[in-house]
Design a protein around this ligand. Structure first.
Ligand code: ZN
Length: 436
């Protein structure tokens, strides 16, 4: 089995290896994700976040149990250093997690590294694609707190629950802004504690003062995760938000963000850290301005060399015969055919990558192509090079004594061209062209 097949067959070791490639943002992970892409798009992705000590892992464990009872396969991505999945929890939590150990329908991956360039969201999204392709029905992304990473991750999940416990006091105030951006569902865990009604009242008050752009009023669910209470209701609440929220719009929004990130990643990979370092020094010492530097980088990425082989001209006795080879046997396609009257030549253009083959056939016995074939037989007639500014090139060549055969004029395909004599070019008739 290839690694792709093993992943699609939901083999834990293959998935774990792929996850490592993704977390290391290795070059191989891109090809892997590309191959998996057609198999993605079916998993439900739910974010679960909350401060340490709210019983979040117990809640996640209870959710897994609930989903397994529905016969759903579940993957957990734990982006939480305090999570038992990430190895940072107290023994009791670990023991609870062992409930699902050895269940082939459950896969758990911890991702402990913070401070990644571009945040954790890109890696998390790629991991959800991997697990989605592997055929997990539900993916739970467990994070801690309500920071920027959590906001980004919540934005790509289908729905996100924020888990709270009574007795947090001022903490509710402190995370208020974050909660509003993240929570589609508010879970009051350990709701048998005395402070539960007070916390719920505080949350109700907060929600009544706020207004979300999508008009969704976050659902408040009371749970006692250790006893499995309120877990089914939490799941229902997450799913209600998912169906409320126009998943296509959300997905489109998610990919706008992710595509921008990918572009940024690709672009910044083209410029080395040393180059940036040097540029920062140059800006600081007023040797250069930052705008010129960035424009220079863009030119570097685009490739500033404007010279390019535009086409190869091949003199043939009969275009139709030659097409028997180039089109019918070789598989090239004819983009354009025309007769260039002033050259007494019939032309067929066959694109090949960024350049073309130009088949040339005499339309008159007095044509230079007819004379070429009479002297040398069929064969390579000229090389056409695209230049950025034809008149500048012509001036320079003339001043250097090169033999230009004609004044710039319009040729096949509507480009301006001149020919340079083989005596000046090392034996090849050279056509210089400039797009109109
Ligand atoms: Zn040509």
């Amino acid at each position: 089995m290839t690694s792709i097949e093993s992943i699609l067959a939901r083999q834990p070791r293959a998935i774990a290896r792929a996850a490592t490639l993704i977390e290391n943002r290795s070059v191989a992970s891109e090809a892997l994700l590309q191959a998996l892409w057609p198999h993605t798009g079916t998993a439900e992705v739910f974010g679960i976040t909350g401060a340490p000590g709210v019983g979040k892992s117990t809640f996640v464990t209870a959710l897994i149990r609930e989903l397994r009872q529905e016969n759903k396969t579940v993957a957990v991505i734990a982006v939480d250093p305090t999570s038992p999945f990430s190895g940072g929890a107290i023994l009791g939590d670990r023991v609870r997690m062992q409930e699902h150990h050895g269940d082939p329908g459950v896969f758990i991956r911890s991702m402990a590294t913070r401070g990644k360039l571009g945040g954790l969201a890109p890696t998390t999204l790629d991991l959800t694609l991997l697990l989605d392709a592997a055929g997990f029905n539900v993916i739970l992304v467990e994070t801690v707190g309500v920071g920027q990473d959590e906001i980004d991750i919540a934005n790509m999940a289908d729905a996100t629950a924020v888990v709270l416990v009574p007795g947090m006091g001022d903490e509710v105030q402190a995370i208020k802004a974050g909660i509003l951006e993240i929570a589609d569902v508010l879970v009051i865990n350990k709701s048998d504690l005395d402070g539960a009604p007070k916390l719920e009242a505080e949350l109700q008050m907060m929600l009544s003062l706020a207004h979300r752009l999508d008009n969704w009023v976050p659902t408040i669910v009371r749970t006692i995760a250790t006893e499995g209470q309120g877990i089914a209701q939490s799941l229902t609440a997450l799913r209600s938000f998912k169906s409320h929220s126009k998943p296509k719009d959300r997905q489109r929004q998610r990919w706008i963000v992710r595509l921008e990130q990918l572009l940024r990643e690709k672009l910044s990979n083209q410029i080395s850290a040393e180059q940036i370092e040097e540029a920062a020094r140059a800006v600081t010492s007023n040797e250069s301005d930052p705008y010129a530097i960035v424009n220079g980088w863009l030119k570097q990425i685009r490739g500033t060399n404007p010279f390019e082989i535009d086409h190869l001209g091949i003199a043939v006795k009969s275009i139709d015969n030659a097409l028997g080879f180039y089109r019918d046997a070789l598989g090239l396609t004819v983009e354009h055919r025309e007769t260039v009257v002033q050259e007494k030549v019939n032309v067929a253009l066959l694109p090949a990558g960024k350049s073309k083959l130009e088949l040339l056939e005499a339309s008159d016995p007095e044509s230079t192509i007819a004379k070429f074939i009479a002297n040398k037989g069929e064969g390579l007639h000229h090389i056409a090079l695209r230049v950025p500014d034809l008149s500048t090139s012509v001036e320079r060549l003339k001043s250097q004594g090169a033999r230009i055969l004609n004044e710039p004029q319009l040729g096949a395909g509507g480009h301006k061209y001149v020919f340079v004599h083989p005596r000046s070019t090392g034996g090849v008739l050279l056509e210089l062209i400039e797009e109109r």
